[in-house]
Design a protein around this ligand. Structure first.
Ligand code: DAH
Length: 356
């Protein structure tokens, strides 16, 4: 009886059939797991084979009808697992590839052209100063610097401006009363006296630096600003030398077409003294305002060094003579760049500074 039953089952293929169907789906799962996906082409092959319209899993789904009822559930689950596995492998490789593409984009490619970074710029005052120094160094002037906290002697008295001299009122001074007779230098002319005390002629120096005055801050004046001082001492130096030197400077700074004039003036430390104007123009309202309706703009003070100043500093006025000049750097920068307000230079506003 048993032999008969077994042979019946075998003959109807019930045993081997069910084992074959499971074997087939298990083989398929192994195939999905081991399929080597390494690039876009193999990914596409994988998709066609396991997920496309004519994929290999489909017939296994279709065969479910032929599976004996008691095996249907298990079989169905297995085929479903195969399908999910195929989808998961497909998606995970796709994601991997996309993120690899993204990180490739961040890779350093040395063959790419350089991306320009916006760096800071030099302050317009430094730029203008550099230009002034460049011009005077062409004719042998050497840059010297000295202290900003100065004593009364070097800032005033040695420059022929004793305590009771009315010219002191021209420069409203910050005194450091708790530190003897010290003050914040009101002009770079103090460097003249310092330098002459220590050096014998010939002297040909340019002294740039910060100066301080107790001025009300406005569009035209500030309590701190910058000057450049020039000093030339030698034998037989005359006003003609001063004029030619300044003409050379004006042409280099403002172009060969520049018009300049020297106007008589007064400074305690020079005799004669003058102020130099350059022609700015008188076309619009701004020209009227900044030139006070004359078309001319004052850019510096100058003169022949007073013999008393030479003696104060230990230089024999019988043997030597010389000229000096002093100019505001902000003034030159405002002229060159048509800047209407001196306060911009000290505010460090990037929108202003980045224009230079
Ligand atoms: N120190 C003067 C000022 O600040 C400018 C000046 C005038 C400087 C005449 C000089 C000079 O060297 O000779 O107003």
């Amino acid at each position: 009886m048993i032999v008969l039953l077994i042979s019946y089952l075998c003959a109807t293929n019930v045993i081997t059939m069910s084992q074959d169907w499971f074997a087939e789906i298990k083989r398929m799962i192994v195939e999905i797991q081991s399929f080597e996906i390494k690039d876009a082409t193999s990914l596409e092959q994988f998709r066609l084979q396991f997920l496309g319209t004519k994929n290999l899993i489909k017939p296994l789904f279709a065969a479910i009808g032929k599976i004996p009822n008691e095996l249907k559930k298990e079989y169905g689950q297995l085929v479903n697992e195969a399908k999910i596995l195929a989808e998961e492998r497909f998606e995970s490789f796709k994601e991997l590839k996309e993120s690899a593409n993204k990180s490739n984009a961040n890779h350093l490619d040395l063959s790419l052209p350089v991306r320009l970074r916006s760096e800071g710029t030099r302050h317009p005052i430094s730029q203008v100063l550099e230009r002034i120094v460049g011009i005077f160094s062409k004719i042998g002037f050497e840059v010297v610097e000295d202290r900003e906290i100065e004593d009364d002697w070097h800032n005033f008295t040695a420059l022929n401006t004793p305590d009771d001299h009315p010219a002191r009122d021209m420069q409203d001074t910050y005194y450091l009363r708790d530190f003897g007779n010290m003050l914040l230098r009101t002009h770079t002319s103090s460097v003249q006296t310092r330098y002459m005390e220590l050096n014998k002629p010939p002297i040909r120096i340019l002294a740039p630096g910060r100066v301080y005055r107790n001025e009300t801050i406005s569009a035209r004046s500030h309590c701190q600003f910058h000057q450049v001082e020039g000093l030339y001492i030698d034998k037989n130096i005359s006003m003609a030398d001063l004029k030619q030197t300044l003409l050379f400077f004006a042409k280099e700074m403002y172009g060969t077409e520049v018009r300049m004039r020297l106007r008589p003036s007064y400074f305690p430390f020079t005799e004669p003294s003058a102020e130099m104007d350059i022609y700015w123009g008188l076309k619009d309202e701004t020209d009227y305002r900044i030139t006070k309706g004359t078309g001319w703009l004052e850019i510096l003070g100058c003169g022949m060094v007073d013999p008393a100043v030479l003696s104060n500093c230990g230089i024999d006025p019988e043997v030597y003579s010389g000229f000096a000049f002093g100019m505001g750097i902000e003034r030159q920068a405002m002229l060159l760049h048509k800047i209407a307000d001196i306060r911009y230079f000290f505010e460090n506003d990037q929108r202003f500074l980045n224009q230079f």
